[in-house]
Write a protein that binds this ligand. Structure first.
Ligand code: SF4
Ligand code: SF4
Length: 121
């Protein structure tokens, strides 16, 4: 009985080994693939990311100049990032928050810049 009381007291007074998530959030590791993002102004709408994505969650429309990703289908593998010729795709270290309900506004659709017209001579 005394042994058990001593153990309980020791555990009670010692430093905790777990975190009180979500109040204490651990910093993410280096090179973690948390969330996909794009610098749309650097995108040339080549469609390579759409072609290489194993989840088929990227849609590039060259004519409409739109780049779209479905975050519910993305597995954050980073293949699109590795194959983007302009390096405009990148990963954030922060994870996307989990959702209880699939909301359409989580879909990311961005419009690229219009091509500059050549000056008339
Ligand atoms: S990270 Fe992977 S799954 Fe997500 S869009 Fe890029 S290639 Fe597709
Ligand atoms: S691979 Fe890069 S440049 Fe090409 S469409 Fe995708 S994001 Fe844009």
């Amino acid at each position: 009985m005394f042994d058990m009381t001593a153990t309980v007291l020791r555990n009670f007074l010692s430093k905790t080994h777990t975190r009180l998530y979500p109040f204490q959030v651990r910093e993410t590791f280096e090179n973690v693939r948390g969330n996909l993002d794009i610098r749309i102004e650097e995108c040339i709408m080549c469609g390579m990311c759409q072609k290489k994505c194993p989840s088929q969650c990227i849609t590039v429309n060259k004519d409409a100049k739109t780049w779209e990703v479905d975050p519910y289908s993305c597995v954050y593998c980073g293949i699109c990032v590795d194959h983007c010729p302009t390096s405009c795709l990148f990963m954030h270290k922060d994870y996307r928050k989990p959702a209880k309900v699939k909301e359409n506004n989580q879909q990311v659709q961005l419009k690229g810049p219009e091509k500059k017209k050549k000056a008339q001579e």
